[in-house]
Design a binder for this molecule. Structure first.
Ligand SMILES: Cc1ncc(COP(=O)(O)O)c(C=O)c1O
Length: 460
């Protein structure tokens, strides 16, 4: 089937054209409109410019359309109790959340005593994890971080968090927001599969622990269980062992990738995750849970209460009821446990696993398919559902390779029928296929690659 007869992902319009279409939606007037007219306005003006994530040729980002069971749970939450700030505003919501969290810890094979709590997004989960790591470090140094703040550390400027070059930028946000500054980030390199290089990590931790000029007060290693650019899973077991030796908190950022730990053939990649002190996971990515749906796990559930602030009107210290809001910052918290629970109950675990496995298999097959194509340089062996590559037609000057990738990306995007994304690896532009939704197929990706080649052929 040619692309002409395929559904559009989006209009392909320019920002100016989109703005022109949308203006009537924000033409606020004294008189209200009947709801049918509002609906007509949205359908006519907005929908063509929204993206459809259920189209097999959408393979660019971590966006998913809601799974049927999740969509049902979201509707109930919307109509009943959107928020589960505390027991008093949603008794059923508060208890469901507690039960769902306990069930998730068991599902992911975490040790007894582990706990978790919903978060708005992976960015905030990472920030909370890094705060908890700092809180524990302060405790080890004999003072209270909530009371004394960073000044409690003899030399706060010496604090360090170790990450790989492939960390998600939310770690930078976290250290900025915590007042540590980006100078606190120490970076180690990655291996040929773009996983954290454990040899380098060990050398770095030993060097920083010494009393030489490079000595730093390391309080956290943040590994990534599914990097954003290439989906690579850092070797968590080996990293956990190194952290244990140095008594350093291990955070595993699995915002994108941790869900795949449920797929039996992929599970070994995640071995050691249970040893991480904290783990971030975003069910609003491949699980098809509506945004916001993020989870932070803690190996010792009580670590989550490092966030607790009691108040006089709710979240009272003497309260006997569950107050899940004590385990994270926001007071207003969405009932995101409900869509997650209804989705997992609807699909069943076998359905969940099948759904997760599909895009992983697609990317593996695409990787094998690309092996015999000399005009395509595949940049890593895929751990999960992401594959980065560069189109390098013979005869193209080396200095124009980046320009070609940009041209391919922009041309495809404007077409409105297919999408892939653009990224940089080691400072060089590359193209990136993300298979996330269960509707992405090998055929759809191969068709995209055909188009990519066609665009490359007409590049001068
Ligand atoms: C590895 C990783 N960490 C953190 C995040 C941030 O998650 P969120 O977009 O939910 O804030 C992402 C988002 O793509 C990610 O890929």
């Amino acid at each position: 089937m040619s692309d002409a007869s395929k559904p559009r992902i989006w209009s392909g319009a320019s920002p100016e054209e989109v703005a022109r279409d949308l203006q009537p939606l924000v033409d606020f007037q004294e008189e209200g409109l009947p709801i049918e007219d509002v609906e007509a306005l949205v359908e006519e003006r907005l929908l063509p410019h929204l993206c459809r994530y259920d189209v097999p040729s959408f393979h660019s980002f971590f966006n998913a359309f809601p799974e049927e069971g999740a969509a049902y749970g979201a509707r109930v939450a919307l109509e009943w109790n959107q928020g589960v700030t505390n027991w008093q505003v949603s008794p059923g919501g508060a208890v469901l959340e507690e039960l769902c969290c306990a069930a998730l810890c068991r599902l992911f094979g975490l040790e007894a005593g582990a706990g978790c709590t919903p978060m708005y997004c992976g960015t905030y989960a990472n920030q909370q994890a890094i705060y908890m790591a700092l809180h524990r470090k302060a405790e080890m140094e004999g003072f209270s971080l909530p009371d004394e703040g960073l000044q409690g550390f003899g030399d706060p400027a010496n604090l360090a968090i170790v990450v790989s070059t492939e960390m998600h930028f939310s770690v930078k946000h976290a250290v900025r927001m915590l007042g540590l500054g980006e100078r606190s980030i120490v970076t180690v390199g990655v291996d040929e599969n773009r996983r954290m290089d454990v040899g380098q990590l060990r050398d770095t931790l030993a060097r920083l622990a010494g009393d030489g000029a490079e000595s730093r007060n390391v309080f956290c290693v943040s590994a990534t269980a599914g990097t954003t650019s290439t989906g690579s899973v850092d070797p968590l077991g080996e990293i956990a062992a190194a952290c244990e030796e140095h008594a350093v908190w291990l955070h595993a950022d699995g915002a994108y990738g941790f869900g795949y730990a449920l797929v039996p053939e992929w599970q070994p990649l995640y071995s050691g995750a249970e040893l991480a002190d904290s783990i971030t996971w975003d069910p609003h990515k491949q699980f098809g849970a509506p945004i916001p749906s993020s989870i932070i796990f803690a190996r010792r559930g009580e670590d989550l209460f490092r966030m607790a602030i009691f108040s006089s009107y709710f979240n009272r210290e003497d309260s006997a009821e569950p107050n899940p809001g004590l385990k994270s910052i926001p007071s207003t918290r969405p009932l995101s446990a409900l869509p997650l629970a209804t989705s997992i109950r609807h699909l069943g675990l076998s359905g969940v696993i099948e759904r997760l496995r599909k895009p992983l298999v697609v990317i593996r097959k695409v990787y094998n398919y690309l092996e015999g194509h000399p005009d395509i340089e595949v940049l890593h062996r895929p751990d999960t559902g992401i594959l980065c590559f560069r189109v390098v037609p013979s005869g193209l000057a080396k200095e124009r390779v980046g320009e070609l990738q940009q041209h391919i990306y922009e041309t495809l995007l404007r077409g409105g029928k297919r999408s892939l994304s653009i990224s940089e690896l080691d400072g060089e532009t590359c193209l990136r296929i993300v298979a996330l939704s269960p509707s992405v197929t090998v055929e759809a990706v191969r068709e995209t690659l055909l188009q990519v080649r066609r665009i490359a052929e007409s590049f001068h």
